[in-house]
Design a protein around this ligand. Structure first.
Ligand code: SF4
Ligand code: SF4
Length: 297
């Protein structure tokens, strides 16, 4: 079973929920920090990172000797990363998604590809039997999706043996568990994190921003046909709009976490909700059972 934890709005406590679920769930499990622009789950799970793998994308390079300036490469590029102007070609690597279409379409075989490194994957073990991996996008790089895509596919040896990426399965029958901590927002990196998940836990807070961004991420889940449930963090601080929205959309509220000073202090010191307050142990331990019990999963 693959569970993605997403939020829409940043700062709702998504990583706090994801790491607590990892500690509460039956192991072995695989934990992926897909928030590649600012990964921070390692602060809570404290993995020993022993494996590294660079992530690159193929960027076209045009051989001016072979190019006939026909413009087909520029026409096929959806991202406007190539321009042909008279007898001059221009490539904008920061716009290139590395899809390879221009190389394929060139009738003169004038395009070769160079690999530009855009980030790195790091992996290792956190506690016995938690295989941990995170992606880190290089500073200034705009393309988070290729790093997340590679992170999802990555396998590396761990003390308990080679652990391979978990296939999407029926949660009711699955033995393996993969937890993905998604980036904030509702754009392509979130979509890539959610793609292939069996269930999405959407973490929100009862504020206008929380409500607004929850709606966006619910739409993504619907488009990807991923069932979802909601955890309301900082419960009681604001308005009822989130609850009314969940009721009207048939979204189950899986857990409520009130705003508590002791939790804020513990998180600031690198502790998880699960370890900081015993009252949350049972709710986190029962979360997977609750998810499996939701009929449409
Ligand atoms: S498709 Fe090939 S030949 Fe045509 S402009 Fe592009 S690089 Fe040149
Ligand atoms: S690889 Fe794809 S995105 Fe990059 S320039 Fe070629 S067609 Fe455009």
């Amino acid at each position: 079973m693959i569970i993605a934890i997403a939020s829409g709005k940043g700062g709702t406590g998504k990583t706090a929920i994801a790491t607590s679920l990892a500690l509460a769930a039956k192991r072995p499990l695989r934990f992926l920090d897909c928030d590649v622009e600012a990964p921070n789950a390692a602060l809570f799970l404290k993995p020993k990172l022993e494996h590294r793998k660079p992530v690159g994308i193929p960027i076209p390079v045009i051989d001016e000797e072979l190019c006939s300036y026909c413009g087909r490469c520029a026409a096929v590029c959806e991202f406007h990363a190539i321009a042909i102007m008279g007898n001059k070609s221009l490539i904008f690597p920061e716009l290139c998604h590395g899809c390879g279409s221009c190389t394929l379409i060139c009738p003169e075989h004038a395009i070769r590809e160079r690999i530009d490194t855009i980030g790195v994957l790091e992996g290792g073990s956190a506690l016995p039997e938690i295989q941990f991996a995170q992606g880190i996008l290089n500073i200034g790089e705009p393309m988070a999706v290729p790093v997340i895509r590679e992170l999802k596919k990555w396998s590396f040896p761990s003390p308990t043996g080679q652990i391979n990426p978990i296939e999407q399965t029926s949660p009711a029958s699955s033995n393996g568990l993969e937890i993905r901590d998604a980036p904030p927002g509702a754009s392509c990196p979130v979509v890539e994190t959610l793609r292939g998940a069996d269930f999405a836990i959407l973490v929100t807070e009862p504020t206008p921003f929380g409500y607004h961004d929850l709606r966006q991420v619910v739409e993504i889940c619907r488009d990807l046909n991923i069932p979802a449930g909601v955890i309301i963090n900082r419960d009681g601080i604001g308005e009822k709009t989130v609850e009314e929205f969940c009721a009207s959309e048939g979204l189950p509220i899986l857990m409520r976490i009130p705003l508590q000073r002791n939790l804020a202090q513990a998180l600031a010191q690198g502790e998880t909700i699960y370890t900081a307050d015993v009252r949350f142990r049972a709710p986190f331990e029962q979360l997977l059972t609750k998810i499996r019990g939701i009929g449409h999963v």
